[in-house]
Design a protein around this ligand. Sequence first.
Ligand code: GLU
Length: 420
Amino acid sequence: MATTYNPYDDMIAVLDTAAGMLNIEEKEYCTFRAPERELKVSVPVQMDDGSVRVFEGYRVQHSSIRGPFKGGIRFHHEVDMDEVKALSAWMTLKCAVVNIPYGGGKGAVKVDPSELSQAEIERLTRGYTKMISPIIGPEQDIPAPDVNTNAQVMGWIMDTYSTLKGYSAPGVVTGKPIEIGGALGRREATGRGVMIATNEAIQRMNLNNGADIRIAIQGMGNVGSIAAQLLHESGHKIVAVNDVTGGLYNPAGLDIPSILAHLATSPTHALAGYTEPGASSITNAELLTCECDVLAPCALQNQITEANAKDVKAKLVVEGANGPTTVEADKILTERGVTVIPDILANAGGVVVSYFEWVQNLQHLRWDEEKTNESLNKIMLQSFHEVDEARKQHNTTFRMGAYMVALERLVKVKRIRGLA
Ligand code: GLU
């Protein structure tokens, strides 16, 4: 019997299981079962037609035990507090898995940005920033891009916050435009991390014994499109891609450079209108269960569920999105022998390079892209290795291995710091 999906309950269920497997007493980790702070704001925005709409916004600060709160801001019409709470907790765990000195946070505004003009999005972003400004800052809580937000949105946050402070504060957000302190390579970082994790998993699993690997990618936003590009450049066949406007399947492999060129020139950056010989259109449900070796969900949470997990044909699932697989689906995939590289490892490349950007801002210097990519590669491979070792030691999944690595680090710091 399917229950109502609540991502926060899913997060708690996995955390409790990991704690149980590590014999960590509840009093040692119960602080991580609830966010430190939850802020809900109302943001009035003057629309282009002169009317005023009030948008609901959130910023949840899950944990600051290992460093400042860190995590993106998403604009989505279906977002709610439980989703933001789950996303903030996953940030805490993610930063601990890759061992960067941050806690976790997440923000959101309940809005469909495709219905707003650029000027309205700017006013909404500035209004939201003012409302959350008492709790953000370079040493406090550092937002970044997430679903439907980008470098320009980060630029408006940086400007609004700096104006309130009376000085330029680039370290308040990451994923900014390069001209105002953004890091070279940050835009590509999450997709690059997905590519690194996918190739490492393929190699460690000896998937297909070195023969061609067929990959399906859900979502052609920042994460999915870069992952598609880099996995294509790695020599794999990208057999399926999609976005909200539709999907394509080509068993011989899609022409990724041509798809990326279409996305870059289409006014809405959407797949709609793209065709190529040999490719047929597929629905989202068909993409998730198509013939492939690797499935990379790079869109939203709650995609691989109890309803479709038994039909997933991939042998490897790499979670580019946060929370794409429900707890029930995860069990089904595991029972069926499907390997899942979890979000808190697979999509950590974004926050790793956010960390590099923040370090550069605090030191007022700039790394070249090569240094960024090399350092990202090193951290992703090291973290992958540590998770794989934990998984083998406890004879469990990569997800559980990642939660264990993260929880041990968090609990260790909690023991050292004690209860305030
Ligand atoms: N939104 C991204 C994530 O979910 C990046 C967060 C960040 O860079 O702070 O990991």
